[in-house]
Design a protein around this ligand. Structure first.
Ligand code: CMC
Length: 426
């Protein structure tokens, strides 16, 4: 027997029945696609707190339990046993790669990491000091001009090629965005370096690829740094229908080029309520300055008349510890002895966490530390400049956006995203 929900309009006593569609995990949904044609009314759901915008097989989150899975596999298992490139393969192909598939995938991404010289010249049009998120978004949109003719919408291999190309090029574009922001010459990707190492290389190297520091000229990229960055990319790889993914799907629904859709995702991610929080967390920890000042800032965060919010706290979906934050906290402890973690920032962060997790305001609202609360301290230890924190999020998330784009394109039920409104004007 099919399950339904019945709704009665108490003005007319008329009842309406809507089908329930069962999920394989998590909440079922009520199919209200005929709500307007049957009732003459729209539904109102400010911020989409109760709305499923699509059917998806990519990522599952249980916000109450603090659980995250990519293609059914728990994030803890993925970060422990697999690299970021394996995660990219998993998201795109619904299965982890075998050794040969991984090698081919890795090799192809290395070969595709160069960007067209003309795209490099685009950066000259931007003012000195331009924020890398702005130039990254613009340059990603501009990438569509180089690959416009190559996209065959009806061909699966063409989708996959387009996906691998953007995953491979985004770190290069992001690194160029940074080098432009500080007026440094661009460093081209090095085909002999892995995905995550290459990004650190493009940020740090001198022209000619030289990279030594200290009296002994020791190698500047440590394995532990590469591994930590790889884990950070994995943790950011996808997060179902968040604001930036919704932007990507919204643009996809109009039939626009996928790289323009990704550019929209980058723009949406930039805001402080979303990916931009990682940059704001560090700015806030620095503003707090010392452990003695934490209480005063917690009081501000709780004050309804003050707009101040604790950056890196709270989440629309997680009403428990963000599992990504838990993994990063573990990584932070692991790195403490091996990298130069800023102990003052860590002490302030630990104090905020301790107070907030025991404070009635945060407990009653189920506000826990999220991924951005911990990523900043680790990214600082990896010598990644603060302005590049959100671009790091972009690099990790590009695979998620493009996988969601492909899923959208293949979904026969999908239509142009076109919500309605409750008109309250003249
Ligand atoms: N500090 C203080 N109070 C908060 C915070 C915070 N960080 N977050 C939420 N609240 C309060 C909020 O004032 C409200 O209180 P009340 O019910 O008394 O009005 C209540 O908690 C619910 O907040 P909301 O804004 O309705 O919740 P939301 O689901 O719409 O917003 C959020 C989620 C992430 C935008 C919000 O928690 C926030 O602004 N956090 C800080 C920014 C941040 O860390 N963002 C990164 C999110 S995780 C990475 C990502 O996926 O992008």
């Amino acid at each position: 027997m099919k399950s339904t929900v019945t709704m009665t309009d108490n003005r007319t006593e008329k009842s309406y029945e809507f089908d329930i569609i069962e999920a394989t995990r998590g909440p079922s949904v009520v199919d209200i696609s005929k709500f307007y044609s049957e009732t003459g009314m729209f539904t109102y759901d400010n911020g989409f707190t109760s709305t499923a915008s699509c059917k998806s097989k990519i990522t599952f989150i249980d916000g109450a339990k603090g659980e995250l899975r990519y293609r059914g596999i728990k994030i803890e298992e993925l970060t422990l046993n697999h690299t970021y490139l394996e995660i990219c393969y998993l998201l795109l192909n619904s299965k982890l790669p075998n050794e040969e598939e991984l090698q081919d995938f890795d090799l192809e991404l290395r070969h595709r990491s160069l960007i067209h010289e003309n795209l490099r010249h685009l950066f000259q049009a931007f003012p000195a000091g331009a924020h890398p998120m702005a130039t990254l978004s613009a340059a990603t949109a501009a990438l569509s001009t180089f690959y416009y003719d190559h996209l065959n919408i009806s061909n699966e291999a063409s989708y996959q090629e387009m996906a691998r190309r953007i995953i491979a090029k985004i770190p290069t574009v992001a690194a160029f965005a940074y080098r432009h922001s500080i007026g440094a010459p661009f460093i081209h990707p090095d085909i002999d370096r892995s995905f995550s190492e290459n990004f650190l290389y493009m940020l740090r190297a001198y022209p000619g690829g030289k990279m030594h520091r200290g009296r002994n000229g020791e190698h500047i990229i440590k394995d532990i740094e590469v591994k930590a960055l790889d884990t950070i990319f994995t943790l950011h790889a996808d997060h179902e229908q968040n604001a930036s993914t919704t932007a990507v799907r919204g643009v996809a629904s109009t039939g626009a080029h996928p790289y323009v859709a990704i550019s929209a995702g980058i723009s949406a991610l930039w805001g402080r309520a979303h990916g931009g929080a990682n940059e704001s967390v560090i700015a806030q920890l620095k503003m707090i300055g010392s452990v003695e000042n934490v209480d005063a800032f917690i009081a501000r965060a709780k004050d309804p008349t003050d707009e101040f919010r604790l950056m890196g706290f709270g989440h629309r979906v997680y009403k428990n510890f963000d599992p990504r934050a838990k993994i990063l906290k573990g990584l932070q402890d692991q790195l403490k002895n091996e990298l130069n973690l800023d102990s003052n920032l860590m002490q302030i962060a630990n104090k905020i966490e301790e107070i907030a997790l025991n404070d009635e305001y945060f407990i009653s609202r189920k506000l826990y530390p999220n991924i951005d609360f911990y990523s900043g301290v680790i990214l600082t230890a990896l010598q990644i400049p603060t302005s590049m924190f959100t671009p790091v999020f972009v690099i990790g998330r590009t695979v998620g956006w493009i996988t969601q784009w492909i899923e959208f394109k293949k979904d026969k039920e999908m239509k142009i995203a076109r919500p309605r409104q409750l008109y309250i004007g003249k």
